[in-house]
Design a protein around this ligand. Structure first.
Ligand SMILES: [Zn+2]
Length: 109
């Protein structure tokens, strides 16, 4: 399961912060992925509200997101950027599975 499939599988747990509809059918696009970070755009299927999420996957099963800033693209690429390992995806999955808040809470974390 790649990151996009993982996010899709968890999207139904979230509600749109604007219209409150379930995000089960929302559009998800991974705009960029670098090492343990990914920039994801989520588009509500009901009101077309778009949210940019910067997802950070850490090996300690501690995933956090914050609103993406344009400066993200200006950061130099780390020389040791590596693909997400299988066990890190499992950590992400377990974090999302335990998440009980809505999308707004996730983005403000
Ligand atoms: Zn919406």
């Amino acid at each position: 399961m790649n990151l996009l499939e993982l996010l899709r599988s968890q999207a139904r747990r979230f509600r749109c912060p604007v219209c409150g509809e379930s995000m089960a059918d929302c559009g998800i696009k991974v705009l960029a992925q670098q090492g343990n970070r990914a920039l994801v755009r989520v588009t509500c299927s009901s009101c077309n509200d778009e949210n940019l999420l910067q997802i950070v996957i850490q090996t300690e099963a501690d995933l956090s997101t914050e609103p993406a800033r344009p400066a993200l693209f200006d950061e130099p690429r780390p020389a040791d950027g590596a693909p997400i390992a299988g066990d890190e995806l499992l950590d992400l999955h377990s974090f999302l599975a335990d998440w009980s808040g809505d999308l707004r809470e996730l983005t403000e974390k």
